[in-house]
Design a protein around this ligand. Structure first.
Ligand code: BGC
Length: 474
């Protein structure tokens, strides 16, 4: 252990204080999450009205739904560049401005091509925000709060999804899809406002050669503390890194281990099925015997949207106390078991004639989906974003997080595109069992490959990848 890092690990009482500037950082993280989540949740409600207005073909329905994910994939790569070149905070501001433009474009689009353009712009902005905001939070949060900061991002995503479901339910009767999409201007404007109040990340400032500004920011964030040691720790780590990061540097064999961990987590978060359920909850509940749209919306809003929010608090409470690994491993057990049960429930649902109201198997499906959402919300949801944002060395952090985020969106795109096809081809039960199988594979891989990072400073984590022995996996 170097003498500079010990004072930077967040173990000292003083450095755990959440000062005003840190609360603004938290505000940025939260608003970015709201924007991400609202956007994830809103399309399921808006789609019907859009379909009717523009008489969309099946292909265009898919384009309107999924191109936002493609925009996000590109946006997250651009976000890595923006965050590394212009700073974490400025990247967040760019995301907020783009989001407002995209939201307005969607809400007033006179034809479907402009609507799709709006979806792409919104997607790109969500991609940039999804990279820049958690990174900003992870770099500024004291080590002892870092998990909670990024978990707050996840909480905000879930609140965004829940709000979108509520807005969808409230406006569905009149098919006011323009308003549903237009409401997202609000988090966009908020993001710009909160971002303007925020400080830049001192880690990024040092990297950009702006030492004096970094010192000034540290003085603002932790007034009256020994910030010389903090600055020295940041500089010490950056000294060991040579040159400006290029995209190639992200794939440097020296960082293979954190890269594999981040990409693996990004993929497992999606291929275990979360967004199949978030996007298609109404259809799943319909298939499970919730016959009226009102029953389906109710089940989706509360059993998926509401439960997702509530259970994320479990992660916030425990992520920095129990650590990342126990949450991930326990969550995957719950998710896998729930998916097995949903698969069995559908065996009996599909074999029986359609009734008018939820059947026993339908209720079992509802309960199992609640267990699934709870298990995801305290584990893979928040912990994956936390770990992705804390394991990379500063030199490549922005771009590496961007690559992992893009892979996450790419996997989300594939799952949401393939889900309905899979159900047609291999049936509902087998599809859910396939997700369960991925939970099992993910469990074994995480058990073997993902180290515990709780309570360690970013500098300490960084040092653990090279030279010094790797962190224990248990
Ligand atoms: C995932 C999203 C998902 C959300 C659900 C996030 O961590 O990245 O794809 O929709 O959690 O709460």
């Amino acid at each position: 252990m170097s003498n500079t890092q010990s004072s930077f690990g967040g173990h000292k009482a003083g450095s755990e204080t959440l000062t005003g500037p840190l609360l603004v950082v938290l505000g940025v993280v939260v608003v970015a999450g709201l924007l991400f989540g609202y956007d994830q949740g809103v399309i399921s409600g808006a789609l019907d009205g859009i379909k009717r207005q523009f008489s969309l073909s099946a292909l265009l329905v898919e384009v309107v739904t999924s191109w936002v994910t493609l925009g996000a994939l590109v946006g997250s790569l651009a976000g890595g560049y923006l965050a590394d070149h212009y700073g974490r905070r400025r990247a967040v501001l760019i995301a907020g401005m783009l989001f407002v433009m995209g939201a307005v474009l969607q809400a007033v689009a006179p034809d479907v091509s402009l609507l799709v353009l709006g979806r792409l712009v919104v997607g790109a902005s969500v991609g940039v925000a999804a990279v820049a905001a958690p990174l900003y939070g992870a770099e500024l949060a004291p080590a002892a709060h870092r998990g909670r900061f990024v978990a707050a991002y996840q909480l905000a995503i879930t609140i965004g999804i829940f709000l979108a479901y509520l807005v969808n339910a409230g406006l569905a009767a009149d098919g006011q899809w323009r308003l549903m999409l237009g409401v997202s201007v609000i988090p966009g404007v908020l993001l710009v406002l909160v971002g303007m109040l925020g400080v830049e990340s001192p880690r990024w400032l040092v990297k950009a050669g702006r030492r004096d500004e970094a010192q000034a920011v540290l003085g603002k964030v932790w007034p009256g503390e020994d910030n010389a040691a903090r600055l020295a720790a940041i500089e010490h780590t950056l000294d060991e890194e040579r040159g400006q990061a290029s995209w190639r540097e992200v794939f440097n064999p020296a960082w293979r281990r954190p890269l594999v961990i981040a990409l693996g987590l990004a993929v497992f978060q999606q291929i275990t099925g979360i967004n199949a359920i978030i996007y298609y909850a109404n259809q799943i509940f319909a298939a499970a015997g919730f016959s009226t749209p009102a029953e389906q919306t109710m089940a989706t809003t509360w059993a998926v949207g509401g439960v997702n929010v509530a259970a994320t608090f479990i992660a916030i409470a425990f992520i920095d106390r129990l650590g990342r690994r126990p949450l991930l491993l326990a969550g995957l057990v719950g998710m896998g078991a729930a998916l097995l049960v949903v698969g069995f429930a559908f065996l009996s649902i599909d074999g029986s004639p359609a009734g008018d109201g939820p059947t026993t198997a339908g209720i079992v499906t509802l309960v199992a989906l609640v267990v699934f959402i709870v298990s995801f919300a305290f584990s893979l949801g928040p912990v994956v974003w936390t770990v992705i944002n804390e394991i990379f060395p500063g030199q490549v952090r922005g771009r590496a997080v961007a690559v992992a985020t893009a892979v996450n969106w790419g996997s989300a795109f594939l799952v949401s595109q393939l889900f309905l096809t899979l159900i047609d081809e291999i049936g509902k039960s087998t599809t859910f069992w396939l997700f369960a199988f991925f939970c099992a594979v993910g469990w074994v891989w995480i058990y073997r490959a993902v180290p515990e990072t709780k309570g360690r400073s970013l500098e300490e984590i960084e040092r653990s990848w090279g030279g010094t022995p790797a962190p224990a996996a248990a």
